[in-house]
Design a protein around this ligand. Structure first.
Ligand code: PMP
Ligand code: GLU
Length: 393
């Protein structure tokens, strides 16, 4: 057997993507699965976006493009941030990548040296710690689990963990897995603190269009004008436009960082898919009606979830303000059923009810379960009926 590199040997596989495979295997065995696992919109990609992809193929737009993305798409990204956040970015600040996951990966590769610390929110999206470790960096957690301020994303939670070795902090707002949003004032405080120390603030805003509050999304790149170069935004079309399979994400950073990321992309994947880029132009510049309809439906599901979970009782949670995840504390039922942890509870629910949930341990929060409501209302009703009968027999 070939000797694997030390850095890949310590890497764990993605628990969320593993559940996608488990679901497929169980369905191949003829089982009907209720899937509240991986966060993937149940909606199809909107028609206008699909049509733009088909047109790209028919028009033979099927060759290499500039590595960091086509000018037409960068223009659409610039127009989006100008309209939403008053940000006037330059093309040279934008790198379009095959998914925001890869965008974040090359960003971290471009800035993190072995021994550097990167502060990651706890609970965290599963890939952040693994990516930091893959760069040789050390993961430090900004703890948002304190019961009295459950899941609130505060500047203090990050600032208290900063040290002379801190290279970057990652903010994910709205958060996967909690759905919480970092208020503009908190984000501004964090950026103002990090800027003079040369700490990069990375904002993963891939759920920013899926919000249930009336507050506008704060503009990370403009909150502290003199800190612009020390802030990087990473974003995605996967969730907003139900385009997970098209693999399209992008970042806005200072120009030298964008150039460095482009070099890494050039030698690893080359350009993101040409067809997906054309579809993304339509997604960003075309009619946004489908997005409004999807967000309204997610909100309806969130409210239904909250009512039902309250009805079951003994499950504490903080109502999500965005994204499409319910992150709830199931410790009471773990104890009552005699399980050791959330992994055992999730496994028992899968075996007995054919329902996929993600154990909170995958996000660094034992005792919790993450329930994605990016799944049909019919499945949500059926799943919650079964869950209620199982938890309160
Ligand atoms: N960031 C967060 C917080 C996520 O939940 C995900 C998973 N969809 C990603 C980034 C990556 O998304 P994609 O690569 O599909 O753009
Ligand atoms: N981000 C989604 C999730 O948390 C999709 C799977 C993944 O990329 O991790 O479920």
């Amino acid at each position: 057997m070939v000797e694997l590199s030390a850095r890949v040997k310590t890497m764990t596989s993605s628990p969320t993507l593993k559940l996608v495979q488990i679901k497929k295997q169980l369905e191949a065995q003829g089982k009907v699965i209720l899937d509240f696992g991986a966060g993937e919109p149940d909606f199809p990609t909107p028609e206008n976006i699909k049509n733009a992809g088909v047109e790209a193929i028919r028009g033979n737009f099927t060759k290499y493009t500039p590595t960091s993305g086509i000018a037409e798409l960068k223009k659409a990204i610039r127009a989006t941030y100008l309209a939403e956040q008053g940000i006037d970015a330059k093309d040279a600040q934008i790198v379009v990548s095959p998914g925001s996951k890869y965008g974040l990966f090359i960003l971290l590769q471009a800035v993190v040296n072995p021994g550097d610390e990167v502060i990651v929110p706890l609970p965290y999206w599963v890939s952040y710690p693994e990516m930091v470790k893959f760069c040789g960096g050390s993961v430090v957690f900004a703890d948002h689990l304190q019961p009295e301020r459950r899941f609130q994303l505060t500047a203090a939670s990050y600032i208290s963990r900063c040290s002379p070795r801190t290279k970057a902090v990652i903010v994910n707002s709205p958060s996967n897995p909690t759905g919480k949003i970092m208020a503009g004032a908190e984000l501004a405080e964090l950026i103002a603190f990090c800027h003079p120390q040369g700490i990069l603030v990375i904002v993963d805003d891939c759920y920013r269009k899926i919000m249930y509050t009336d507050e506008p999304y704060p503009s990370p790149l403009a909150l502290v004008p003199e800190a612009g170069e020390q802030v990087a935004v990473v974003s995605s079309l996967s969730k907003t436009y139900a385009m997970t399979g098209w693999r399209l994400g992008y970042s806005i950073t200072c120009e030298p960082l964008a150039a460095a990321m482009t070099k890494i992309q050039e030698h690893s994947t080359s350009n993101p898919c040409s067809i997906s880029q054309k579809a993304a132009v339509e997604a960003l510049a075309g009619d946004q009606g489908a997005v409004c309809a999807m967000v309204a439906e997610y909100r309806r599901r969130r409210d239904y979830f909250a009512r039902r979970v309250d009805g079951i009782g003994n499950i504490s949670y903080a109502l999500p303000d965005g994204a499409f995840y319910f992150f709830a504390d199931f410790s009471h039922y773990i104890g009552e059923k005699g399980f050791q942890d959330d992994n055992q509870l999730a496994m028992d629910i899968l075996e007995k009810l054919n329902i996929i949930l993600v154990p909170g341990s995958a996000f660094g929060a034992p005792g919790h379960l993450r329930i994605s409501y990016a799944t049909s209302m019919q499945d949500i009703r059926e799943g919650l009926d079964k869950l209620e009968a199982y938890l309160k027999p």
